[in-house]
Design a protein around this ligand. Structure first.
Ligand code: MTE
Length: 341
């Protein structure tokens, strides 16, 4: 049985983890809408049903008997960066730490879904967690998200029971979660108990009323959050770091995008007045981050280090945040202020 917590938990990954390819265990951000449900591995059952010819009921043993699959995946909450939206957007005021990278292991979702035989006309797949609570006064729901059937059948989609080689921690979905690489974290449903195939769109609170872009210039109102927008974070130096004049340092960080591989990261040490190309030190593993670095000889005075990523689809981070009503997808550049005296 996992540890019980009476209230929901939200906490950020320290930004120094952006200099690593895998987030140190225990530092991975947590985004729980409701208290962690008390689940036991030994009697956990996953149902696959709805508009299917062959519904399934699978224990963890059944799942673990299937072909193993795993990947290094970066998860990022769609609300990451909300705290800097101007005017303020309501919701959890995430600064920039709602990201994390881990190796998730389990089995591939697509073959399982296919073996349930979705009926002709099936359009969406709803993933439901065992956690539930009041989403607004007098309306209690389980946490659930849907994906178009074609996306749920992506070869990258996983049902995972391990994170970095250990059973999933309670806060990260023990004993079973879905992991949908390249998409905002909301689509990776924790404490997974049911997968339902349907012909009609799903109208759950976190599908129809949240996690949609509203009022954002250039984006149709009601567009659901889906792929992660490009993001780069500076892992070193962090704000307030003590640096000596004349010191040669390597600015380090990581970058990712759900739209494709990272093509370039530019770095500025003067608040964006001038830019240079960072070196990309590692190709992204699976669906993890691209690490980057840039050498700098520190000069006396006030500096602002900025990093800006561009993906292979040509999407670039904006210099200032693009506002929307719920504060989703704010991928404005990361700025770190430093004073060298
Ligand atoms: N799944 C369930 N069942 N309940 C939740 O509250 N939060 C979602 C997603 N899956 C959530 C969930 C959101 S918004 C995010 S960003 C990720 O889980 C966070 O995953 P993590 O807590 O493992 O970092």
């Amino acid at each position: 049985m996992n540890d019980l917590r009476v209230d929901e938990l939200n906490c950020e990954t320290p930004l120094s983890a952006a200099a690593e390819s895998v987030t140190p265990p225990g530092s991975f951000f947590v985004r729980n809408h409701f208290p962690v449900p008390p689940l036991r591995a030994e009697d956990h059952v996953l149902e696959i049903g709805g508009d299917v010819r062959a519904p399934l009921r699978l224990t963890l043993d059944d799942l673990q008997a299937r072909s193993p699959a795993g990947a290094v995946v970066t998860l990022e909450c769609a609300g990451n960066g909300r705290a800097s939206m101007d005017p303020r957007a309501p919701g959890t005021q995430w600064r920039l730490g709602a990201f994390g990278t881990a190796r998730f292991s389990g089995t591939a979702l697509a073959p399982l879904l296919r073996s349930a035989e979705p009926l002709p006309g099936a359009e969406v797949v709803v993933f439901t967690g065992a956690d539930r609570g009041e989403v607004e006064p007098d309306r209690t729901e389980a946490f659930a998200r849907s994906l178009p059937l074609a996306d749920a059948l992506s070869p990258a989609a996983l049902l995972a029971w391990e994170m970095n080689g250990e059973p999933l921690p309670a806060d990260h979905g023990f004993p079973l979660r879905s992991v949908m690489p390249d998409r905002y974290g909301v689509d990776s449903v924790k404490w997974l108990v049911r997968i339902e195939v349907r012909a009609e769109p799903f109208r759950g609170f976190y599908q129809a009323e949240r996690y949609r872009y509203l009022g954002e210039a250039g984006v149709a109102d009601g567009t659901t959050v889906a792929l992660m927008r490009p993001r780069s974070l500076i892992g070193y130096p962090t704000a307030g770091e003590t640096l000596g004049e004349g010191e040669r340092i390597t600015i380090r960080g990581s970058a990712w995008s759900g739209y494709g591989a990272i093509a370039s990261v530019e770095v500025s040490t003067d608040g964006g007045a001038s830019w240079r190309q960072a070196g990309l030190v590692e190709d992204a593993p699976d669906h993890g981050p691209t690490l980057w670095e840039s050498d700098w000889v520190v000069e006396r005075g006030a500096h602002q280090v900025v990093a800006r990523a561009t993906d292979e689809e040509g999407n670039t981070q904006p210099l200032t945040g693009v506002w929307n009503a719920h504060g989703y997808g704010n991928n404005e550049v990361h700025r770190v202020d430093l004073e060298v005296s």
